[in-house]
Design a protein around this ligand. Structure first.
Ligand code: PEP
Ligand code: CO
Length: 464
C-alpha cells in the first residue's frame, strides 16, 4: 500500500484533459476499424473489466524511478519487440523471466546498485509500421500492426483490424501478469535458489560458467551472513517486477484509464510504465496529449532527428511540474550517430535543470537487413551504442540510468555476433521474431556483463 505522502497532490491536474481528449489531435499509427459500433462496444467491455495493475504499484515504481534518476538504482527494461498471442505460454514467459533475473543479478552484483526490473510484456501487442498498406505482387492489404489489431497472415480476413482482439490482448496480458506474479510470489526469484533460473538448454557456455561462478560467490556470502546472524536474510526470496508497453493503440489505453478510490487524477491501469514510440512523439500529436494526463511514470523514445528545442518542449508538456520519477527518455540513436546526436540533447536538458531518467535503447537504431534477407542487429553495434552512451553521459556530466533491450529466453539466432559469434548464415537456423530481432540468452547476459565492465572502467559515473 502507498504511504500517505505518496498521494499528496504535488502537481496540478492538467486542464482540459480527459481520457479521450486525444481524439481532437492527429493520431498517427491508428488502424481503421470498419465497424465503429463494434469498437465502441469493445471499449465499454474493456472499461468494465478489472485492471491489470494497481495505482499503488504504479506509484511505487515512480518512486523507484525517482531513485534511479538520482543514481541510487539502475533500470533494466526488456522483453520482446512484439508479444504474440501464440507465445503466451508458460515456457516463453518463464524463460524470459529467467533471462531478466539473471541479467539483473549480474547488474546488482557488478554495479552495487538495486535494479528496477521492468518487462516489455503483459501488453506489448501493438506495433507502429512504416506504411499503412503492405503489397505483395498485385495484392495490397492493411499492414500487420500487432496481435491486438490484426493477424500477421497475408489474407484479407487476418488483416482487417478487429476490435475483439483488444479483449483477447487484455486477457493474455492478465494471464502473463498472473503467471509472473505467481512465480515470484512462489519463490522463483529466491536468491537462495538461483538454479531455478537456469535455462535447460544452455550448456557449456563460457558466459554461463562466468555467471555461475558469480552466483556461487553470492550464495556463499548469503550463507555466511545467515550463519553469522543465526537467521535468514530477509527479502532475498522475492523481487519487484513491473510491466511496460508502447501505449500505441489509444482506444485500448483509453478504455483502461481510470480514477481510483483515495487517489486523485487518472491512471492507465493496463501497465505500470507506458512509453511513447519514436514515430508518435510529436508535440501536437494524440499520443502526447493522452500521456500528459495520466499519473503513471512514462517514457518517450528519442531518435536522432529530435532537436534540443523539440525535446524541451515535449518535457514541458509531459512533466510541467518537474515531478521526480515521472519522465524517462529512452535514446535510440544508433551506434553511428550517438556520439554526435546525444550530447546536444543531454546538454539542453541539463542546462534547463530538467529531472529525467536517461535510458539507452541500443536496439532500434541498429537494425539492418542481411544479404540473405533477414532483419538483424549486429552485437558489436549494440555494444558500441551502449559503451558510447556511457562515455557521452560521462562527458556531459549526466547519468545513464538504465537500458531498454529486446530479448528472449528462447534459443533464437536473430542478432549476429556475441560470444558465439553468430553469422548471417546462422540466422537461417532459428529466426522466430515476426518483428524485430532479439538478443538471445547469451547475448543478453553478455550485455549485462559489458554494462558492468564499462561502468567499472568509468568509475563513479553511476554513483551510489
Ligand atoms: C520498439 O520499441 O519496438 C519500437 C518500435 O521502437 P521505436 O519507437 O524506438 O522505433
Ligand atoms: Co522493436
Amino acid at each position: 500500500m502507498p504511504t500517505p505522502d505518496r498521494n499528496l497532490r504535488s502537481v496540478d491536474l492538467p486542464a482540459d484533459w480527459a481520457p479521450d481528449s486525444w481524439r481532437a489531435r492527429p493520431a498517427l499509427q491508428m488502424p481503421t476499424y470498419p465497424d465503429a459500433a463494434a469498437l465502441a462496444g469493445v471499449q465499454a467491455e474493456l472499461g468494465a473489466l478489472p485492471p491489470l495493475v494497481t495505482s499503488w504499484e504504479i506509484l511505487a515504481l515512480k518512486q523507484q524511478l525517482a531513485e534511479a534518476q538520482e543514481g541510487r538504482r539502475f533500470l533494466l527494461q526488456g522483453g520482446d519487440c512484439a508479444e504474440s498471442f501464440s507465445d503466451c505460454t508458460s515456457d516463453v514467459i518463464s524463460n524470459r523471466l529467467k533471462v531478466l533475473l539473471q541479467m539483473s543479478l549480474v547488474l546488482v552484483h557488478g554495479l552495487r546498485l538495486p535494479v528496477v526490473r521492468v518487462g516489455r510484456f503483459a501488453g506489448q501487442y501493438a506495433k507502429p509500421r512504416s506504411a499503412d498498406m503492405e503489397t505483395r505482387g498485385d495484392v495490397s492489404l492493411p499492414s500487420y500492426r500487432g496481435d491486438v489489431v490484426n493477424g500477421p497472415e497475408f489474407t484479407p480476413e487476418a488483416r482487417v483490424p478487429d476490435p475483439r482482439r483488444m479483449v483477447k490482448a487484455h486477457a493474455r496480458s492478465a494471464m502473463t501478469m498472473n503467471f509472473v506474479r505467481s512465480l515470484i510470489d512462489g519463490g522463483f526469484a529466491d536468491l537462495h535458489h538461483p538454479e531455478y533460473w537456469d535455462l535447460r538448454w544452455v550448456t557449456h557456455s563460457p558466459l554461463a560458467d562466468e555467471y555461475h561462478r558469480m552466483v556461487s560467490g553470492i550464495g556463499d556470502a548469503v550463507r555466511f551472513m545467515e550463519t553469522l546472524s543465526g537467521s535468514q536474510v530477509h527479502n532475498l526470496n522475492r523481487v519487484d517486477f513491473y510491466t511496460s508497453h508502447e501505449a500505441l493503440l489509444l482506444p485500448y489505453e483509453e478504455a483502461q484509464t481510470r480514477q481510483v478510490p483515495r487517489q486523485w487524477g487518472w491512471f492507465n491501469l493496463s501497465t505500470h510504465f507506458p512509453w511513447i514510440g519514436m514515430r508518435t512523439a510529436a508535440l501536437e500529436g494524440a499520443h502526447t496529449e493522452y500521456f500528459r494526463g495520466i499519473r503513471n511514470p512514462i517514457a518517450v523514445k528519442v531518435g536522432p532527428s529530435v532537436t534540443p528545442d523539440q525535446l524541451l518542449a515535449l518535457i514541458d508538456v509531459l512533466n510541467p511540474d518537474d515531478e521526480p520519477g515521472r519522465l524517462s527518455l529512452i535514446h535510440r540513436m544508433g551506434a553511428a550517430q550517438v556520439a554526435e546526436k546525444l550530447p546536444p540533447l543531454l546538454e539542453a536538458v541539463k542546462r534547463d535543470g530538467r529531472r529525467v531518467l536517461w535510458i539507452c535503447d541500443p536496439m532500434h537504431g541498429n537494425t539492418e537487413s542481411t544479404s540473405n534477407g533477414f532483419k538483424t542487429r549486429r552485437f558489436d553495434k549494440i555494444r558500441g551504442e551502449i559503451e558510447q552512451s556511457f562515455d557521452v553521459h560521462a562527458a556531459a556530466g549526466t547519468r545513464l540510468g538504465g537500458v531498454h533491450l529486446e530479448l528472449t529466453g528462447e534459443e533464437v539466432t536473430e542478432c549476429t555476433g556475441g560470444a558465439r559469434d553468430l553469422t548471417d548464415v546462422d540466422l537461417e537456423r532459428a529466426y522466430r521474431s515476426t518483428v524485430d530481432p532479439r538478443l538471445n540468452y547469451e547475448q543478453a547476459l553478455e550485455t549485462a556483463m559489458l554494462i558492468v565492465r564499462k561502468q567499472s572502467q568509468l568509475g563513479s559515473a553511476v554513483r551510489v
